[in-house]
Design a protein around this ligand. Sequence first.
Ligand code: COA
Length: 321
Amino acid sequence: MNIQLASGAPGARILGLGAYRPRRRVTNDELAQVMDTNDEWIQTRVGIAERRWASDDETLVEMAVAAGGKAIAASGLSPDEIDLVIVASASLRAPIPGIGPQVAHRLGTGRPGAFDLNAGCAGFCYALGVVADSIRAGSARNALVVGVERLTDVTDQTDRSTAVIFADGAGAAVVGASDEPGIGPVAWGSDGDQYSAIEIAAGRSTMTMAGQAVYRWATTKLTATLVEAMEKAGVGPADIDVFAPHQANLRIVESMTKRLGFPESTVVARDIVQSGNTSAASIPLALTALIESGEARSGDLALVLGYGAGLTFAGQVLVLP
Ligand SMILES: CC(C)(COP(=O)(O)OP(=O)(O)OC[C@H]1O[C@@H](n2cnc3c(N)ncnc32)[C@H](O)[C@@H]1OP(=O)(O)O)[C@@H](O)C(=O)NCCC(=O)NCCS
């Protein structure tokens, strides 16, 4: 007897985006008052002018619900039409339970499949790949992906090489079935031999990062993944309206942009200047900022790439909602 399979949709696309930026802005000058750093070093080496830090009441769940609620509202769906929720985060303090089910419940989505996914700063793109394939396979009809971080909880605030970089926030996307593909095949992978390059070592509560090694890896190895994502989607650099890589370091963004040779008209996300590195939240935060400012428009073709702890990487081509 053959097992019956679900019939999926021809494609999946993003129906709505949402973001939550914590209230508290922290400038470089403020950091320079408590550690041996300065605005010039941070702006030159990392490109950050300010970042947002979450207050006690801005928990992972609260920020995920705020961003997820906005994405659902923007999608035009009602919450009970969502049947899959994935929360991507690398800063969960308590592994049990995962926060996906609670976020889904708080958003009034009924009883969807709900879980957390940790692929470091690549989490949002990993989750997007999973939900797009789930919708095409018929396992889900509409899905919510949230990237949420409180990296300040896992950063050693006396370590100037990480404390100036990592920040907090949440971004979300609702993905639904579509006749035309709006999310290209994911190009993903991992370099697990470098697992200790960004880690919270056993017995520790804060992260350490081999900054130069990560910088070298990001600027030399990941161009091929960006090219792979475009090739899988059947497009080239000249077709890309918006380039929104993970906002890890402005110099990495500029290096990737130069290597790929986009046309002048391609809009490049530089949300790191205002938001710092928000790991799994950085790509939806950056896309939302570009749409709100009018720099990116509905229907634009975007290339995204997440990368980070693991080491992990994932990217795809998207049509913006
Ligand atoms: C972390 C990073 C900004 C450091 O920049 P860098 O140019 O590699 O700097 P180095 O680590 O070589 O340090 C250079 C000097 O600056 C100092 N320094 C480090 N952080 C500093 C800060 N916030 N302010 C001032 N000086 C600082 C170092 O102590 C070192 O001083 P020394 O020469 O006296 O020893 C950079 O390596 C980077 O961005 N890497 C990628 C990290 C990343 O993207 N991670 C996220 C992936 S998800």
